[in-house]
Design a protein around this ligand. Structure first.
Ligand SMILES: N[C@@H](CCC(=O)N[C@@H](CS)C(=O)NCC(=O)O)C(=O)O
Length: 210
């Protein structure tokens, strides 16, 4: 069984960015294998053997090949006692709900292949599409945060699953010029998280191939 950890990664992919943050938080050494999404490497036969969906990330770890960033993070949570989810089931459900509100609501509609298809139908531009769905999604996220008393991070005073999803989403929001001032609590949490080394080292600009 190979013990090497390899992340099939694309620097600008927010799903890959989540896994980079998770690996960094745990201090797990890994090598990165860039999959150039612009050149379509994710649809090549070689890559599809590992990830039949043709998406990044894919993580090779513990002799296994794992796909889907949230499944990967939850695997790390369970095998490395990461502490990204609370121990009590209802509290775990809230942590997951916050994470999924980003990863399963905002992210899929803002996936480039979805947005490109919408643009090809002629009724929107890429910028309008992204702004619309990121704005709506973050409005909902801010409302979800406000259901609980303020804490340092999304779901408590220690870094959790939702935080790992939030920072890549905020990166995308800025990229598409969404006004983060509209979401003060979300924005303040993201700013705190962005100062943490594990998050800084996972930033697209820090891993962009030369
Ligand atoms: N739900 C998946 C989403 C993965 C995903 O959409 N990855 C994008 C980059 S962020 C991708 O590989 N896109 C390639 C393509 O659409 O061809 C996850 O969380 O891993």
């Amino acid at each position: 069984m190979t013990t090497e950890t390899t992340l099939h990664d694309y620097w600008r992919s927010s799903a890959s960015y989540r896994v980079r943050i998770g690996l960094n938080l745990l201090g797990l050494p890994y090598s990165s294998l860039p999959i150039n999404l612009v050149e379509g490497v994710q649809r090549g036969a070689n890559y599809l053997k590992r990830n039949p969906q043709g998406l990044v990330p894919t993580l090779e770890i513990d002799g296994r090949v794992l796909t889907q960033s949230l499944a990967i993070l939850e695997y790390l949570e369970e095998t490395r006692s990461a502490g990204w989810l609370h121990s009590e089931p209802a509290e775990r459900a809230r942590g997951r709900a916050l994470a999924y509100a980003i990863a399963m609501e905002i992210h899929p509609v803002c996936n480039l292949r979805v947005a490109r298809h919408a643009v090809s139908l002629g009724s929107t531009t890429m910028e309008d599409w992204m702004k619309h769905f990121i704005h709506d999604g973050l409005t909902d996220f801010e409302a979800m945060l406000s259901q609980a008393p303020e804490t340092r991070y999304c779901d408590g005073d220690t870094v959790g699953l939702a935080d790992i999803c939030l920072v890549p989403q905020v990166y995308n929001a800025r990229r598409w010029a969404v006004d983060m001032a509209l979401f003060p609590r979300t924005n303040a949490i993201a700013t705190r998280l962005e100062a943490i080394k594990a998050f800084r080292d996972a930033h697209p600009d820090a891993v962009k191939p030369g």
